[in-house]
Every structure is written in structure tokens, then in C-alpha cells.
Design a binder for this molecule. Structure first.
Ligand code: KG4
Ligand code: ZN
Length: 353
């Protein structure tokens, strides 16, 4: 007998994307609705938390409705509601969490809180139907740079983290410094195609006492110093050369640390996730190095790398089938750690009647 399909409604509002998605069995995306506020925040050169929260409130109901319509389903077909409850901006998170609780309360559909980064990692399940843990995943986004060993579905061990800036943060700051504007990642990615990645020898960040941890603040300072030097000498600098040289330094460090950890921990498959994982140079570098070193390389499409709710639906599915549930007490947890659960319980541990 065929097992019944499980449909999860995912909801995401941790930063500047209001998103909802319907995902079947943790792998098949029936809809992926994203309202991006990026144009609004571009005016200010970065995400303004108060504006983000207000926009989420305006959009969330319509985004949820549209995701159900596009999937061709109604709430009656949904088995669980998965919502990002951390980490992220507290006011932004609260909008998604409140909407998810309201829908759950009104419909009686079970609720489960999902960790944003665990969502990013789970984006890899969507287009790689054969992907199963264990695997190693590099998560590089605007707020996080982690190497995570995925031991099993929903079981994570952090192998490395950044000691200072996240990779995406470095992209955004350098882009601003060379006059490309916000958001920096995609702009550096594009303009680098016209630049020489060996034009300027920027440092590769090393961290004392750890061979896997990342550090990007030294690289960022080196770029700022280079720009200052040019200004003082009255010389023009090439945006494309600075972008390409900076990007090469970031990509090299991410690839080297990641694949060293993958080898040392004995995994066969390597995955990437988060906004920076949509960087075309990073993807090419991992593709080439994984092939050379004998790792199976998987990655989400760019649309599932940057913030979306399909990844929350995918992660939520595996939490749901393990029996994890949240009550209406679920709250936003802005600094939630990977693997930590706050207000997410097993169904039979006494929290549910
Ligand atoms: O995962 P994400 O959408 O949001 C967070 O959870 O932070 O990541 C956003 C970050 C930003 O810093 C953005 O500049 C970076 O991802 N990013 C990129 C690219 N696209 C987005 N960085 C490098 N290359 C890209 N193509
Ligand atoms: Zn994210």
C-alpha cells in the first residue's frame, strides 16, 4: 500500500523575505512564494529591522494564501505548519511565528518550529532526491558561516564557525566600500567576471588554534586598506579587479577548510547552503575540487540558497515525522543555536494533551 503523502506549509520571515511554501514529503516543492523587501532596504544600504517587521505584517497573509493557491491545495490538505522561529531579527521572526500560530489554532493543524540554518541545510534535500545523511554542509549566509556535520535527519554537529564576520557580511561590506551598493553578494559575483582574480594578493584568513574555523575581518580590512592606499596616491582602482581578488580569497578559504573537514570526518558527500552558496564562482570551485578529491557534491538551486520557505518546509517535514511539535507558546528566539530546541517538543513528552 502507498503511504499517505505528507504536505507541510512552510513559513519564513526571519530577515527581509516574507515567504511561504507547500512541500510534499520533505522533497517536492508544490509552491515557493517569496516576497522580497530588498528594493526597500537598498535605499538604506542594509536591512532596517523595524521596516522589515512592518512589511512582513503587510505581506504575510497574502503570501501564505498565494502559496496554497499555487500548490493547488487548501488548508484541509496540509498536515503540518513549519515556521522559522530563530535565529533572526526578533520583530521579523515574530510576524511569521504569530501567523503560523494563528493558522494552526484556527485550523487545528499541528505546528512545528524550525531553525533557520537547519532550513538552509535542508534545502539540499529538495533537488537531490538521493541525498541522505551523513554529509558535511557549508552554510554561508549574511549572518552565518558554519561547517555542519549532518549526522542524521535533524541531527547536527558544528565543526567550524566564523570568529568574526560571516562570509555574506564580508561580501556586503566590501561591495559597499567599492561602491557597488547593497546587496553586495550578487553584485560582486557579477562584476568579478570582468575582473582579474589575481590582480591583488589579499590575505587568506587563518585562525589560531583551529584548522577549520573561518575569519573574514582581516580580509575586509585588507580591502579597505588597499582602497585607502589608492585614494591617498590619487590612483583609480578597478572595481572588477578588487571584487574578483576579494572573492577569490573568500572562495579559496571556504573550499579549503570545508574539504579538509570533509576528509578528516570521513564523509563522502559535501553540500553547500545559504545565500553565499548561490555565488557562481564558489559553486564552480566546489564542483571542481570535489570532483578532484572524490567527494559527491550537491547544492540547491540559487532560489533555494537565499531565504525561502521551501527549505523550512523540508526541514519541518523531518522534524514532524520524528514527532516534534510546538504549542501556541512557541516564541521567536533571535539567537537560537543549531541543534537547540526551545518550545519544540516530542509529542509524547507531556507537553501535549
Ligand atoms: O541566506 P540569506 O539569503 O540570508 C541570511 O540568512 O543571511 O543570505 C544573504 C547573504 C547576503 O549577505 C548576500 O550578499 C549573500 O547572501 N549573497 C551572495 C550571493 N547572493 C547572495 N554572496 C555571494 N554571491 C552571491 N551570488
Ligand atoms: Zn538565511
Amino acid at each position: 500500500m502507498m503511504e499517505k503523502d505528507i504536505l507541510v506549509l512552510g513559513i519564513e520571515s526571519s530577515c527581509d523575505e516574507t515567504a511561504a511554501s507547500v512541500v510534499k514529503n520533505g522533497r517536492v516543492v508544490l509552491s515557493n512564494t517569496i516576497y522580497s523587501q530588498i528594493d526597500l532596504h537598498t535605499l538604506y544600504g542594509g536591512v532596517v529591522p523595524e521596516i522589515a517587521s512592518r512589511k512582513h505584517i503587510e505581506k504575510i497573509n497574502r503570501v501564505i494564501k498565494k502559496s496554497l493557491e499555487e500548490a493547488g491545495v487548501s488548508l484541509n490538505d496540509i498536515d503540518a505548519i513549519a515556521v522559522t522561529y530563530g535565529p533572526g531579527l526578533v520583530g521579523a521572526l515574530l510576524v511569521g511565528v504569530s501567523a503560523a500560530k494563528a493558522v494552526s489554532f484556527a485550523s487545528g493543524i499541528p505546528l512545528v518550529g524550525v531553525h533557520h540554518i537547519e532550513g538552509h541545510i535542508s534545502a539540499n534535500y529538495i533537488e537531490n532526491p538521493d541525498l541522505k545523511p551523513p554529509f558535511m554542509c557549508l552554510v554561508a549566509s549574511g549572518g552565518h558561516s558554519h561547517l555542519v556535520l549532518v549526522k542524521d535527519y535533524g541531527e547536527y554537529e558544528i565543526i567550524a564557525r566564523t570568529r568574526d564576520d560571516a562570509a555574506g557580511e564580508a561580501f556586503d561590506k566590501v561591495a559597499r566600500a567599492i561602491g557597488l551598493g547593497y546587496p553586495g553578494g550578487p553584485k560582486i559575483d557579477k562584476i568579478s567576471r570582468e575582473g582579474n582574480p589575481d590582480a591583488i594578493a589579499f590575505p587568506r584568513g587563518k585562525v589560531e588554534g583551529s584548522e577549520y574555523d573561518f575569519s573574514f575581518s582581516g580580509l575586509k580590512s585588507a580591502v579597505l586598506n588597499y582602497l585607502n592606499g589608492c585614494r591617498m596616491k590619487g590612483e583609480e582602482f578597478s572595481q572588477a579587479d578588487v571584487a574578483a581578488s576579494f572573492q577569490k580569497a573568500v572562495v579559496e578559504v571556504l573550499v579549503e577548510h570545508s574539504l579538509k573537514a570533509a576528509k578528516d570526518y570521513g564523509v563522502k558527500t559535501f553540500a553547500i547552503a545559504g545565500g553565499v552558496a548561490s555565488n557562481s564562482h564558489l559553486r564552480e570551485a566546489f564542483e571542481a575540487e570535489c570532483a578532484k578529491r572524490g567527494f559527491n557534491f550537491v547544492h540547491p538551486s540559487p532560489i533555494f540558497c537565499t531565504d525561502n520557505a521551501a527549505m523550512i518546509g523540508a526541514a519541518g517535514y523531518y522534524e514532524f515525522i520524528k514527532g516534534y511539535r510546538s504549542t501556541l507558546d512557541l516564541n521567536a528566539v533571535p539567537n537560537l543555536q543549531i541543534g537547540e530546541k526551545v518550545g519544540v517538543f516530542k509529542e509524547n513528552d507531556g507537553q501535549f494533551k
